[in-house]
Design a protein. Sequence first.
Length: 289
Amino acid sequence: MSSPRLAVIGLGLIGGSLARALRSAGAVGHIRGYDTDPRQRRLAVELGVVDEAPDSAAAAVAQADLVVLAVPVLHTAEALRACRDGLRPGAVVTDVGSTKQSVLADVAAVCGVVPPWFVAGHPIAGTEKSGVANSVADLFHGHRVILTPHAAQDAQALAAVTALWTATGARVVEMDPAQHDTVFAATSHLPHLLAYAFVDLLARLDTRDEIFPNAGGGFRDFTRIASSSPEMWHDIMRANAGPVTALLERQLGELRDVLDLMKGGRWAELKALFERARAARERHLAQIE
């Protein structure tokens, strides 16, 4: 497949950036896109992100060799159902969702089983911005993309999606779906939850009008991800609630321990905790993307 035709369902930051990256790399031919928001469809065409943006998902995928579902994870079933009847024989479908067990379950619910032509994927890249206007061609360059093959996985479909992401400059790795959800509960989902909760706490304090104007770089670094799409992260928390809540309960226990250290004046132990955390981060910094 020298110049596959691409369809992107969901013209936001990820879907738009993927279309831009693949066009820039010359890895695809004609690109069609669809979004439930007509403004995003119009803008995607005006910006040259896609060649066409029909007014239905089925029309967008009608001639596509590769279809990317770039929608919030709780909309996976809806998006697949909307385009399923338009898929041509031999088309490969993949997704970009941050949870993989829920996506595979939703695909099975729509199709009866997870079909061989579906490849579950997750690019580990993004920003706190959203919308096709913020899409960029180099978003995935140098970042990992996780693919989570399933029991019925077609090898050629997996190879096609691997090639798609490799063309963007990403590094593709494979992982078990359950392992994926546990890992990303820790590295992504819980940090977003904590950032949202922390900002909400401060915003409800009586001193909030003094707090925010005096916030420095540390506050911006810690809370940047709280500017991410609430809809997307609501969906992710619901879709991966089990692993996230288990980790959150453990984090709450750790925070209670820290509170006891401070209330008890056990400052040497608190410093030792800081030193352990700093050393762990420094030790693994090269692996953090």
